[in-house]
Design a protein around this ligand. Structure first.
Ligand code: NAD
Ligand code: AKB
Length: 328
């Protein structure tokens, strides 16, 4: 008869080696899942989202789970059943949608992050959870330093600041390895931009090619940190590949610099390549969010700690966008 029994605690479950991506059908997930599947094998990367898109390739090409990040038990079950070892947590409500529904933005961004970190703690998972340049507010320098004060004036920015704080807390208290990048506005062509302030830098390409005209919702002098998607995906994977010992106190939200351009410079660069393209600037409520963010960021910490260097400048990005949209 056994006198003692060893009851395995959830933390003792051996971590699997599969990858779960939340919010996988969005702008970044559409590119990231493709790259992760190329690296790790299709069956090892489980795409998940709160919605289904019948026409999206993930639903047919590889494993997909319908999963809300607000369902912590459901997330835990997927992690255990599918032997997940790493979560790339992309599910979120972005700035423009978030400012219209701040309560939803709080619930999804902070609640979802908490569920991901709890699941990671209970199952010994690694986590990638992106932050944003929206963590900065108007008091940050226009070239925002890694350690600039974080006083965002948008609800979305507040949720991203809280996400970074939660990641630091779960690392310090429970040893959860959660890494993040403060992405600039991302410019990509495979999926539409998902309700952010920087969406104009994506929409303008589709409008230019389809209609020869775009009505831009920020003013011509609006200058923001931006990045082409290939650089963003590479940054993500390089950060996740970096040895933990090389990462310092910025682990939850590294500044990464890509390209800084004004809306007019972007329109001019497109007009140089598409004959007859015109752009009107008709700022709406999103102008205020853009004005509260820096022009660019200082990414010395990312350079020093994991060797970050962007490859795409404005010309290379505009060429890549026009060529990719035209040929697809
Ligand atoms: P997106 O809006 O394109 O995609 C987000 C996805 O999350 C959508 O497919 C949506 O259906 C899903 N989602 C929403 N609520 C959910 C829920 N409750 N459960 C599960 N899924 C849910 O966003 P994105 O551009 O791919 O952004 C991904 C991450 O990167 C976010 O954390 C965002 O804050 C961050 N980020 C993005 C940018 C950018 O320019 N795209 C810049 C900075 C930071
Ligand atoms: C948005 O505009 O909301 C995003 C971001 C910069 O976080 N693209």
């Amino acid at each position: 008869m056994f006198k003692y029994r060893l009851i395995p605690s959830p933390r003792m479950a051996p971590p699997g080696d599969k990858i779960l991506v939340t919010g996988a059908l969005g702008q970044i997930g559409t590119d990231l899942v493709e790259e992760l599947r190329a690296r790790h094998g299709t069956d090892n990367v489980i795409a998940s989202d709160v919605r289904e898109m019948p026409e999206h390739p993930f639903l047919e090409d590889g494993p997909f789970r319908l999963l809300s990040v607000l369902d912590g038990d459901g997330m835990d079950a997927v992690v255990r059943e599918d032997e997940v070892g790493t979560i790339y947590h992309l599910a979120a409500i972005l700035s423009a949608t978030g400012e219209k529904d701040p309560d939803l933005c709080q619930r999804v961004n902070v609640g979802g992050m908490t569920n991901v970190l709890e699941t990671a703690m209970n199952n010994d998972l690694r986590v990638y959870a992106p932050s944003s340049i929206a963590v900065f507010g108007p008091d940050a320098s226009k070239i925002a330093a890694q350690n600039s004060p974080l006083n965002p004036t948008t609800t979305y920015g507040e949720t991203k600041r809280t996400g970074e704080a939660l990641a630091r807390e779960y690392l310090a208290n429970f040893g959860v390895d959660c890494r993040g990048i403060r992405y600039p506005g991302l410019v990509s062509w495979k999926a539409p931009a998902g309700g952010g302030t920087t969406d104009y830098a994506v929409e303008i390409f589709h409008a230019a090619l389809e209609k020869g005209h775009y009505e831009c919702f920020v003013g011509p002098d609006t200058r923001l940190p931006m990045m082409y998607i290939d650089d963003a995906i590479r940054a993500t994977l390089e950060l996740m590949d970096a040895p933990a010992e090389s990462l310092g106190s910025s682990r939850a939200g590294y500044n990464v610099s890509g390209i800084s351009f004004s809306a007019l410079e972007l329109a001019d660069s497109i007009a140089e390549r598409i004959d007859g393209f015109t752009c009107d600037f008709v700022p709406d409520g999103r102008q205020a969010y853009a004005d509260s963010w820096p022009d660019t960021v200082d990414d010395s910490a990312a350079q020093e700690e994991w060797g970050w260097k962007a490859e795409y400048d404005l010309d290379a990005m505009v060429d890549a966008m026009i060529e990719s949209i035209s040929s697809n």
